[in-house]
Design a protein around this ligand. Structure first.
Ligand SMILES: Cc1cc2nc3c(=O)[nH]c(=O)nc-3n(C[C@H](O)[C@H](O)[C@H](O)COP(=O)(O)OP(=O)(O)OC[C@H]3O[C@@H](n4cnc5c(N)ncnc54)[C@H](O)[C@@H]3O)c2cc1C
Length: 300
């Protein structure tokens, strides 16, 4: 049986939470359903192990600490629903079986893991996705860093400070900011493998692993994967416009090109991706829906 409501917000990261909080304040009479894969608030913050500095008004905190602050700040929790499909109807939307006039997509991103044989099998044993989280553990060790952006280069420098020896494997010329590239060039502990450096397989060996690449096979204590993130969303029968990287294109009111479909936070093409911009986008979408329902503006 289908059920219905006015607005469905999908996602319990900071963008979805902000949107829900502001929708409830602006439109107390409107039936807002909040759903997310799990009832946990914080989304990708649970994968941010560096400290998030200079978020105005908040003391320095890591991602999980910030997620805990958010969860402690509100008693509200989303309904646990891993949304599989979003379908258009004549006058609104179906989010799985929930009929709604408006949908706010706040589904964020997920960390990319290449399909390299052996990489996923080694996750959390000798393959890691966070440098900050494992920096102490990797002090003095030999590490293969896969990636060529800021995270890979900054991560290599963090590990070099802990006397680790790091080889960076990047398929193409680095896109890391100049200060990270300069730091790596000056570090005696970091080597950028000749480009292209393509990791072909990873296999366990003793307490570490062997990394096979176009440069041969090398033994390491650990591999760190830093090849970025990708946007995630359920299946759409009619996909909103996205940019070349799959991010949902929105206008200044967080509207997509599809009527009454809004998108906020990391799933959108609005850069930079950050706690503050995601929170702001959630608020902006709530105001846009408020304006639309008040007849001030229309997405027709
Ligand atoms: C390694 C790293 C470091 C970072 N460092 C910083 C920093 O120092 N400072 C800073 O400001 N920002 C930083 N960021 C960015 C910041 O964490 C994000 O911009 C922000 O947390 C994104 O929030 P969001 O709500 O858009 O998405 P997310 O937090 O990803 O939330 C997405 C939500 O959608 C849910 N969802 C997804 N698909 C479905 C589905 N099909 N059905 C139901 N629910 C679904 C998920 O379960 C989750 O609840 C960092 C990010 C990363 C990855």
């Amino acid at each position: 049986m289908n059920d219905s409501c006015d607005v469905v917000v999908i996602g319990a990261g900071i963008a979805g939470l902000s949107c829900v909080v502001w929708l409830r304040k602006l439109l107390p009479e409107v039936d807002v359903r909040w759903v997310a894969k799990t009832q946990e608030i914080g989304g990708i913050l649970y994968h941010v192990h560096n400290t998030i500095k200079d978020w105005v008004g908040v003391d320095e905190a890591t991602g999980p600490e910030m997620a805990e602050l958010l969860a402690a700040w509100t008693d509200e929790r989303p309904e646990a629903l891993d949304v599989q499909s979003i379908r258009r109807t004549d006058d609104g939307w179906f989010v799985d079986t929930i009929a709604a006039d408006f949908v706010v997509l706040a589904t964020g991103t997920e960390i990319r893991i290449p399909d390299t044989p052996g990489l996923r099998d080694g996750l959390d044993e000798f393959v890691f996705l966070s440098t900050s989280k494992h920096a102490e553990q990797l002090a003095g060790q030999r590490v293969a860093m896969i990636g060529g952006g800021d995270s890979a280069f900054e991560g290599a420098l963090i590990l070099a400070d802990k006397d680790a020896t790091v080889d960076i494997y990047s398929r193409s010329e680095s896109i890391a900011r100049a200060r990270f590239q300069a730091g790596v060039a000056d570090s005696k502990n970091v080597t950028v493998m000749a480009i292209p450096a393509v990791v072909e397989s990873v296999s366990p060996r003793g307490n570490g692993c062997n990394v096979a690449s176009n440069h041969g096979e090398v033994e390491y204590d650990a591999v760190i994967v830093k090849v970025g993130v990708k946007p995630v969303y359920p299946d759409f029968d009619d996909m909103p416009d996205t940019d070349a990287h799959g991010y949902v294109i929105v206008d200044a009111q967080q509207r997509t090109d599809l009527r009454r479909l809004y998108a906020v936070g990391d799933v959108t093409n609005i850069m930079p991706q950050s706690v503050a911009t995601s929170s702001g986008a959630g608020i902006r979408a709530a105001y846009s829906i408020f304006n639309e329902l008040s007849g001030l503006e229309s997405s027709d």
